[in-house]
Design a protein around this ligand. Sequence first.
Ligand code: F6P
Length: 361
Amino acid sequence: MRIAINTGGGDAPGLNAVIRAVTLSSLELGWEVFGIRQGYEGLLGEVPDGIVPLTRKAVRGITHLGGTILGTTNRGNPLRWAQPQPDGSMVEVDRSGELLEAFEEWGFDVLVAVGGDGSLTIARELSEKGLKVVGVPKTIDNDLASTAVTFGFHTAVQTATDAIGRLHSTAESHRRTMVVEVMGRHAGWIALFAGLGGTADVILLPEVPYDIEKVCAKVNSRYVGDRGFCIVVVAEGARPLGGGEVYKEGAGAGRVARLGGIAEILAGEIGERTGHETRSLVLGHLQRGGEPTAYDKILALRFGAAAVQLIEEGHFGCMVSLDPPEVKAVPLADAVAHIKTVPPDSDVMRTARRLGVSFGD
Ligand code: F6P
Protein backbone atom coordinates (compact mmCIF):
# COMPACT_ATOMS: atom_id res chain seq x y z
CA MET A 1 0.00 0.00 0.00
CA ARG A 2 1.29 3.48 -0.90
CA ILE A 3 -0.21 6.28 1.16
CA ALA A 4 -0.02 9.97 0.23
CA ILE A 5 -0.67 12.68 2.81
CA ASN A 6 -1.14 16.42 2.38
CA THR A 7 -1.91 19.38 4.62
CA GLY A 8 -4.12 22.13 3.21
CA GLY A 9 -5.52 25.51 4.22
CA GLY A 10 -4.37 27.60 7.18
CA ASP A 11 -1.91 25.72 9.36
CA ALA A 12 -2.84 24.56 12.86
CA PRO A 13 -0.71 23.27 15.74
CA GLY A 14 -0.81 19.47 15.58
CA LEU A 15 -0.36 19.02 11.82
CA ASN A 16 3.07 17.49 12.28
CA ALA A 17 1.76 15.11 14.93
CA VAL A 18 -0.80 13.83 12.40
CA ILE A 19 1.94 13.39 9.79
CA ARG A 20 4.04 11.43 12.29
CA ALA A 21 1.15 9.21 13.38
CA VAL A 22 0.09 8.43 9.79
CA THR A 23 3.70 7.69 8.86
CA LEU A 24 4.59 5.46 11.81
CA SER A 25 1.25 3.59 11.80
CA SER A 26 1.63 2.92 8.06
CA LEU A 27 5.27 1.85 8.32
CA GLU A 28 4.26 -0.57 11.09
CA LEU A 29 1.98 -2.24 8.54
CA GLY A 30 4.77 -2.44 5.99
CA TRP A 31 3.23 0.32 3.82
CA GLU A 32 5.00 3.23 2.14
CA VAL A 33 4.13 6.85 2.90
CA PHE A 34 4.74 9.99 0.84
CA GLY A 35 4.09 13.63 1.64
CA ILE A 36 2.64 15.97 -0.97
CA ARG A 37 4.14 19.42 -0.49
CA GLN A 38 2.03 22.59 -0.29
CA GLY A 39 -1.46 21.20 -0.40
CA TYR A 40 -1.94 19.75 -3.87
CA GLU A 41 0.78 21.84 -5.51
CA GLY A 42 3.42 19.12 -5.07
CA LEU A 43 1.32 16.66 -7.06
CA LEU A 44 0.62 19.19 -9.81
CA GLY A 45 4.31 19.88 -10.37
CA GLU A 46 4.00 23.43 -9.07
CA VAL A 47 6.85 23.06 -6.55
CA PRO A 48 10.24 21.37 -6.89
CA ASP A 49 10.50 18.01 -5.09
CA GLY A 50 6.74 18.08 -4.71
CA ILE A 51 6.56 14.52 -3.36
CA VAL A 52 8.72 13.52 -0.41
CA PRO A 53 9.14 10.01 1.05
CA LEU A 54 8.13 9.95 4.71
CA THR A 55 10.45 7.71 6.67
CA ARG A 56 10.97 7.21 10.40
CA LYS A 57 13.85 9.65 10.16
CA ALA A 58 11.75 12.24 8.31
CA VAL A 59 9.15 12.38 11.10
CA ARG A 60 11.51 12.10 14.07
CA GLY A 61 10.87 14.79 16.70
CA ILE A 62 8.20 16.64 14.72
CA THR A 63 5.29 16.18 17.16
CA HIS A 64 6.50 19.20 19.11
CA LEU A 65 6.76 21.48 16.11
CA GLY A 66 4.13 23.98 15.03
CA GLY A 67 3.32 24.43 11.34
CA THR A 68 3.65 21.56 8.88
CA ILE A 69 6.81 20.00 7.50
CA LEU A 70 4.94 19.52 4.20
CA GLY A 71 3.99 23.16 3.82
CA THR A 72 0.46 24.26 3.06
CA THR A 73 -1.51 26.69 0.96
CA ASN A 74 -5.02 28.00 0.83
CA ARG A 75 -4.62 29.25 -2.71
CA GLY A 76 -4.29 25.97 -4.58
CA ASN A 77 -7.68 24.35 -5.09
CA PRO A 78 -7.12 21.84 -7.94
CA LEU A 79 -10.80 22.06 -8.91
CA ARG A 80 -10.76 25.84 -9.14
CA TRP A 81 -7.10 26.61 -9.78
CA ALA A 82 -6.22 30.30 -10.09
CA GLN A 83 -4.51 30.53 -13.49
CA PRO A 84 -2.87 33.84 -14.47
CA GLN A 85 -3.86 35.10 -17.93
CA PRO A 86 -1.64 37.01 -20.39
CA ASP A 87 -3.55 40.23 -19.58
CA GLY A 88 -2.71 39.84 -15.87
CA SER A 89 -6.19 38.72 -14.83
CA MET A 90 -6.89 35.37 -13.15
CA VAL A 91 -9.34 32.68 -14.16
CA GLU A 92 -10.27 29.49 -12.33
CA VAL A 93 -9.51 26.21 -14.12
CA ASP A 94 -10.27 22.60 -13.13
CA ARG A 95 -7.02 20.63 -12.76
CA SER A 96 -8.54 17.63 -11.00
CA GLY A 97 -8.04 15.34 -14.05
CA GLU A 98 -4.33 16.15 -14.07
CA LEU A 99 -4.19 15.56 -10.32
CA LEU A 100 -5.87 12.13 -10.54
CA GLU A 101 -3.43 11.14 -13.31
CA ALA A 102 -0.43 12.20 -11.22
CA PHE A 103 -1.82 10.27 -8.26
CA GLU A 104 -1.98 7.14 -10.40
CA GLU A 105 1.44 7.70 -11.94
CA TRP A 106 2.95 7.83 -8.47
CA GLY A 107 1.20 4.54 -7.70
CA PHE A 108 -0.61 5.99 -4.68
CA ASP A 109 -3.54 4.00 -3.30
CA VAL A 110 -5.03 6.37 -0.74
CA LEU A 111 -4.85 10.08 0.11
CA VAL A 112 -4.94 11.22 3.73
CA ALA A 113 -6.16 14.82 3.46
CA VAL A 114 -5.58 16.88 6.58
CA GLY A 115 -7.58 20.08 6.44
CA GLY A 116 -10.41 22.32 7.47
CA ASP A 117 -13.71 23.04 5.78
CA GLY A 118 -12.18 24.19 2.46
CA SER A 119 -9.57 21.43 2.14
CA LEU A 120 -12.00 18.69 3.15
CA THR A 121 -14.55 19.99 0.64
CA ILE A 122 -11.86 19.56 -2.02
CA ALA A 123 -11.15 16.08 -0.62
CA ARG A 124 -14.83 15.18 -0.83
CA GLU A 125 -15.02 16.36 -4.43
CA LEU A 126 -11.92 14.31 -5.31
CA SER A 127 -13.42 11.32 -3.54
CA GLU A 128 -16.54 11.69 -5.72
CA LYS A 129 -14.21 11.59 -8.74
CA GLY A 130 -12.92 8.21 -7.62
CA LEU A 131 -9.97 9.00 -5.35
CA LYS A 132 -9.76 6.92 -2.16
CA VAL A 133 -9.62 9.57 0.57
CA VAL A 134 -9.59 9.67 4.36
CA GLY A 135 -9.92 13.13 5.92
CA VAL A 136 -8.49 14.44 9.18
CA PRO A 137 -10.21 17.52 10.70
CA LYS A 138 -7.90 20.46 11.34
CA THR A 139 -8.60 24.08 12.17
CA ILE A 140 -7.96 26.40 15.05
CA ASP A 141 -11.46 27.81 14.46
CA ASN A 142 -13.11 24.53 15.59
CA ASP A 143 -15.87 25.14 13.05
CA LEU A 144 -16.01 21.66 11.48
CA ALA A 145 -19.23 19.78 12.01
CA SER A 146 -19.25 16.07 12.86
CA THR A 147 -16.35 16.18 15.29
CA ALA A 148 -16.54 17.29 18.90
CA VAL A 149 -13.36 19.28 18.38
CA THR A 150 -10.66 19.83 15.76
CA PHE A 151 -6.96 19.72 16.62
CA GLY A 152 -5.35 23.15 16.83
CA PHE A 153 -8.28 24.73 18.65
CA HIS A 154 -6.98 23.93 22.13
CA THR A 155 -3.59 25.50 21.39
CA ALA A 156 -5.17 28.62 19.88
CA VAL A 157 -7.42 29.03 22.92
CA GLN A 158 -4.43 28.60 25.23
CA THR A 159 -2.42 31.25 23.37
CA ALA A 160 -5.34 33.69 23.22
CA THR A 161 -6.28 33.12 26.87
CA ASP A 162 -2.70 33.81 27.98
CA ALA A 163 -2.62 36.99 25.88
CA ILE A 164 -5.97 38.24 27.19
CA GLY A 165 -4.86 37.46 30.76
CA ARG A 166 -1.74 39.60 30.27
CA LEU A 167 -3.83 42.56 29.19
CA HIS A 168 -5.54 42.91 32.56
CA SER A 169 -2.58 44.45 34.37
CA THR A 170 -1.77 47.01 31.69
CA ALA A 171 -5.46 47.85 31.18
CA GLU A 172 -5.91 48.37 34.92
CA SER A 173 -2.74 50.45 35.27
CA HIS A 174 -3.92 52.86 32.57
CA ARG A 175 -7.66 52.58 33.25
CA ARG A 176 -8.08 51.59 29.61
CA THR A 177 -10.49 49.47 27.64
CA MET A 178 -8.60 46.91 25.59
CA VAL A 179 -10.27 45.44 22.51
CA VAL A 180 -8.66 42.16 21.40
CA GLU A 181 -9.41 40.65 18.00
CA VAL A 182 -9.12 36.88 17.73
CA MET A 183 -9.56 34.52 14.77
CA GLY A 184 -12.89 32.98 13.86
CA ARG A 185 -14.40 33.70 10.46
CA HIS A 186 -17.94 32.46 10.91
CA ALA A 187 -17.71 30.77 14.29
CA GLY A 188 -16.81 32.39 17.58
CA TRP A 189 -15.38 29.37 19.40
CA ILE A 190 -11.97 30.93 20.04
CA ALA A 191 -13.47 34.24 21.19
CA LEU A 192 -15.94 32.46 23.48
CA PHE A 193 -13.48 30.06 25.11
CA ALA A 194 -10.53 32.47 25.35
CA GLY A 195 -12.85 35.28 26.45
CA LEU A 196 -14.24 33.14 29.25
CA GLY A 197 -10.83 31.73 30.23
CA GLY A 198 -9.22 35.17 30.02
CA THR A 199 -12.09 36.67 32.08
CA ALA A 200 -13.14 39.26 29.50
CA ASP A 201 -16.06 41.57 30.22
CA VAL A 202 -17.46 41.63 26.70
CA ILE A 203 -17.27 38.81 24.12
CA LEU A 204 -18.48 39.47 20.58
CA LEU A 205 -19.16 36.53 18.29
CA PRO A 206 -20.05 36.22 14.59
CA GLU A 207 -23.16 34.33 15.72
CA VAL A 208 -24.52 37.20 17.85
CA PRO A 209 -24.72 40.63 16.13
CA TYR A 210 -23.89 43.20 18.78
CA ASP A 211 -25.61 46.40 19.85
CA ILE A 212 -22.90 49.03 20.35
CA GLU A 213 -24.97 50.75 23.03
CA LYS A 214 -25.11 47.56 25.08
CA VAL A 215 -21.38 47.06 24.61
CA CYS A 216 -20.71 50.61 25.83
CA ALA A 217 -23.10 50.19 28.78
CA LYS A 218 -21.05 47.18 29.89
CA VAL A 219 -17.79 49.06 29.39
CA ASN A 220 -19.09 51.98 31.50
CA SER A 221 -20.25 49.60 34.23
CA ARG A 222 -16.64 48.47 34.66
CA TYR A 223 -15.52 51.97 35.69
CA VAL A 224 -16.32 53.24 39.18
CA GLY A 225 -14.99 56.67 40.16
CA ASP A 226 -11.39 56.98 39.10
CA ARG A 227 -10.87 53.23 38.93
CA GLY A 228 -11.73 50.59 36.38
CA PHE A 229 -10.76 48.95 33.12
CA CYS A 230 -12.44 46.70 30.61
CA ILE A 231 -11.45 43.79 28.37
CA VAL A 232 -13.41 43.24 25.16
CA VAL A 233 -12.73 40.12 23.04
CA VAL A 234 -14.04 40.26 19.49
CA ALA A 235 -13.99 37.52 16.84
CA GLU A 236 -12.73 38.76 13.48
CA GLY A 237 -16.08 37.80 11.93
CA ALA A 238 -18.27 39.66 14.48
CA ARG A 239 -20.61 42.36 13.19
CA PRO A 240 -22.88 45.03 14.65
CA LEU A 241 -26.67 44.76 14.47
CA GLY A 242 -27.68 45.73 10.94
CA GLY A 243 -24.03 45.93 9.83
CA GLY A 244 -21.55 43.70 8.07
CA GLU A 245 -18.17 42.09 8.75
CA VAL A 246 -14.95 44.07 8.35
CA TYR A 247 -12.66 42.89 5.54
CA LYS A 248 -8.99 43.59 4.83
CA GLU A 249 -9.03 42.17 1.33
CA GLY A 250 -11.78 41.06 -1.04
CA ALA A 251 -12.15 37.62 -2.61
CA GLY A 252 -10.48 36.82 -5.93
CA ALA A 253 -9.82 33.83 -8.18
CA GLY A 254 -8.75 30.96 -5.92
CA ARG A 255 -8.77 33.25 -2.90
CA VAL A 256 -11.28 33.84 -0.10
CA ALA A 257 -11.86 37.31 1.31
CA ARG A 258 -9.68 38.18 4.34
CA LEU A 259 -11.41 39.42 7.46
CA GLY A 260 -9.73 41.82 9.84
CA GLY A 261 -9.93 45.26 11.42
CA ILE A 262 -13.05 45.01 13.58
CA ALA A 263 -11.10 45.62 16.83
CA GLU A 264 -9.72 48.95 15.68
CA ILE A 265 -13.12 50.19 14.51
CA LEU A 266 -14.80 49.00 17.69
CA ALA A 267 -12.15 50.54 19.93
CA GLY A 268 -12.68 53.89 18.17
CA GLU A 269 -16.43 53.70 18.68
CA ILE A 270 -16.19 52.67 22.32
CA GLY A 271 -13.67 55.44 23.03
CA GLU A 272 -15.87 58.06 21.37
CA ARG A 273 -19.08 56.96 23.04
CA THR A 274 -17.76 56.32 26.57
CA GLY A 275 -14.87 58.76 26.81
CA HIS A 276 -12.65 56.01 28.22
CA GLU A 277 -9.19 55.63 26.78
CA THR A 278 -9.25 52.62 24.46
CA ARG A 279 -6.65 50.52 22.64
CA SER A 280 -6.99 47.65 20.19
CA LEU A 281 -4.81 44.73 19.23
CA VAL A 282 -5.07 41.81 16.81
CA LEU A 283 -3.68 38.44 17.94
CA GLY A 284 -3.75 37.16 14.35
CA HIS A 285 -1.43 34.35 13.36
CA LEU A 286 0.11 34.11 16.84
CA GLN A 287 -2.90 31.90 17.49
CA ARG A 288 -1.82 29.47 14.79
CA GLY A 289 1.89 29.30 15.55
CA GLY A 290 4.13 27.37 17.90
CA GLU A 291 4.15 24.08 19.76
CA PRO A 292 0.79 22.34 20.18
CA THR A 293 -0.57 21.83 23.67
CA ALA A 294 -0.45 18.30 25.07
CA TYR A 295 -4.18 17.97 24.29
CA ASP A 296 -3.66 18.85 20.63
CA LYS A 297 -0.59 16.62 20.28
CA ILE A 298 -2.51 13.66 21.65
CA LEU A 299 -5.66 14.37 19.61
CA ALA A 300 -3.61 14.78 16.43
CA LEU A 301 -1.70 11.54 17.06
CA ARG A 302 -5.00 9.73 17.69
CA PHE A 303 -6.51 11.17 14.50
CA GLY A 304 -3.48 10.13 12.42
CA ALA A 305 -3.45 6.58 13.77
CA ALA A 306 -7.24 6.31 13.31
CA ALA A 307 -6.92 7.42 9.67
CA VAL A 308 -4.55 4.50 9.03
CA GLN A 309 -6.91 2.12 10.82
CA LEU A 310 -9.73 3.22 8.49
CA ILE A 311 -7.54 2.56 5.46
CA GLU A 312 -6.64 -0.86 6.84
CA GLU A 313 -10.36 -1.63 7.23
CA GLY A 314 -11.11 -0.37 3.72
CA HIS A 315 -13.19 2.69 4.73
CA PHE A 316 -12.83 5.63 2.33
CA GLY A 317 -14.67 8.88 1.65
CA CYS A 318 -14.77 9.46 5.38
CA MET A 319 -13.19 11.69 8.03
CA VAL A 320 -11.88 10.71 11.45
CA SER A 321 -13.83 12.45 14.18
CA LEU A 322 -13.80 12.78 17.93
CA ASP A 323 -17.01 11.40 19.39
CA PRO A 324 -15.93 11.40 23.05
CA PRO A 325 -14.43 9.30 24.38
CA GLU A 326 -13.67 7.54 21.07
CA VAL A 327 -12.24 8.57 17.73
CA LYS A 328 -14.66 7.31 15.07
CA ALA A 329 -15.40 7.93 11.37
CA VAL A 330 -18.05 10.05 9.64
CA PRO A 331 -18.78 10.43 5.90
CA LEU A 332 -16.82 13.33 4.39
CA ALA A 333 -20.04 14.62 2.86
CA ASP A 334 -21.58 15.03 6.34
CA ALA A 335 -18.41 16.60 7.73
CA VAL A 336 -18.48 19.46 5.22
CA ALA A 337 -22.26 19.83 4.82
CA HIS A 338 -22.32 22.84 7.13
CA ILE A 339 -19.96 24.58 9.51
CA LYS A 340 -20.29 24.29 13.28
CA THR A 341 -21.14 27.62 14.85
CA VAL A 342 -21.66 28.42 18.54
CA PRO A 343 -25.29 27.49 19.33
CA PRO A 344 -27.37 30.16 21.11
CA ASP A 345 -28.06 27.74 23.97
CA SER A 346 -24.36 26.89 24.41
CA ASP A 347 -23.66 26.11 28.05
CA VAL A 348 -20.36 27.99 27.72
CA MET A 349 -22.28 31.14 26.76
CA ARG A 350 -24.70 30.56 29.64
CA THR A 351 -21.74 30.18 32.00
CA ALA A 352 -20.24 33.44 30.76
CA ARG A 353 -23.57 35.28 31.11
CA ARG A 354 -23.94 34.06 34.70
CA LEU A 355 -20.52 35.51 35.39
CA GLY A 356 -21.62 38.89 34.06
CA VAL A 357 -20.12 38.74 30.57
CA SER A 358 -21.96 40.80 27.94
CA PHE A 359 -22.36 39.47 24.40
CA GLY A 360 -23.65 42.86 23.29
CA ASP A 361 -27.17 41.46 22.77
O1 F6P B 1 -7.84 28.71 9.83
C1 F6P B 1 -8.83 29.67 9.65
C2 F6P B 1 -8.32 31.01 9.97
O2 F6P B 1 -7.63 30.88 11.16
C3 F6P B 1 -9.40 32.08 10.06
O3 F6P B 1 -9.90 32.29 11.33
C4 F6P B 1 -8.70 33.29 9.48
O4 F6P B 1 -9.63 34.17 8.93
C5 F6P B 1 -7.83 32.69 8.47
O5 F6P B 1 -7.42 31.44 8.98
C6 F6P B 1 -6.67 33.53 8.08
O6 F6P B 1 -5.83 32.78 7.25
P1 F6P B 1 -4.69 33.33 6.30
O7 F6P B 1 -4.18 34.60 6.87
O8 F6P B 1 -3.68 32.23 6.30
O9 F6P B 1 -5.33 33.52 4.97
